[in-house]
Design a protein around this ligand. Structure first.
Ligand code: FES
Length: 105
């Protein structure tokens, strides 16, 4: 499935991401700037913060309890914020777009 990462300045990075991997892993493996992932995907750093466009929110779902509390530490969190390490790629998410906050740049 395909996922497109959009930097805060509008630069887009489209990749093929194997189902089962997280959106954070896709960014790290492809050296996409804007996702730091300091904790390596443990849902403990909030430096993989992304914004999910409205039309994808139903498919990506809502943050889990720990994720929601970590997002509380992200300065620019919005209702459509997610942690990219907690979004697992699947065929249903083919075409997903995520936007990175400027603070992670
Ligand atoms: Fe640390 Fe996602 S990589 S919270």
């Amino acid at each position: 499935p395909r996922v497109t990462y959009v930097e805060y300045n509008g630069r887009e990075h489209g990749i093929e991401l194997e189902a089962g991997l997280s959106v954070m892993q896709g960014a790290i493996e492809n050296n996409i700037p804007g996702i730091d992932a300091d904790c390596g995907g443990e849902c403990a750093c909030a430096t993989c913060h992304v914004f999910v466009p409205e039309e994808w929110l139903a498919k990506t779902g809502t943050p889990g309890e720990q994720e929601a509390s970590m997002l509380g530490f992200a300065a620019t969190a919005q209702p459509n914020s997610r942690l990219a390490c907690q979004i697992t790629m699947s065929e249903a998410l083919d075409g997903l777009v995520v936007h990175m906050p400027e603070a992670q740049h």
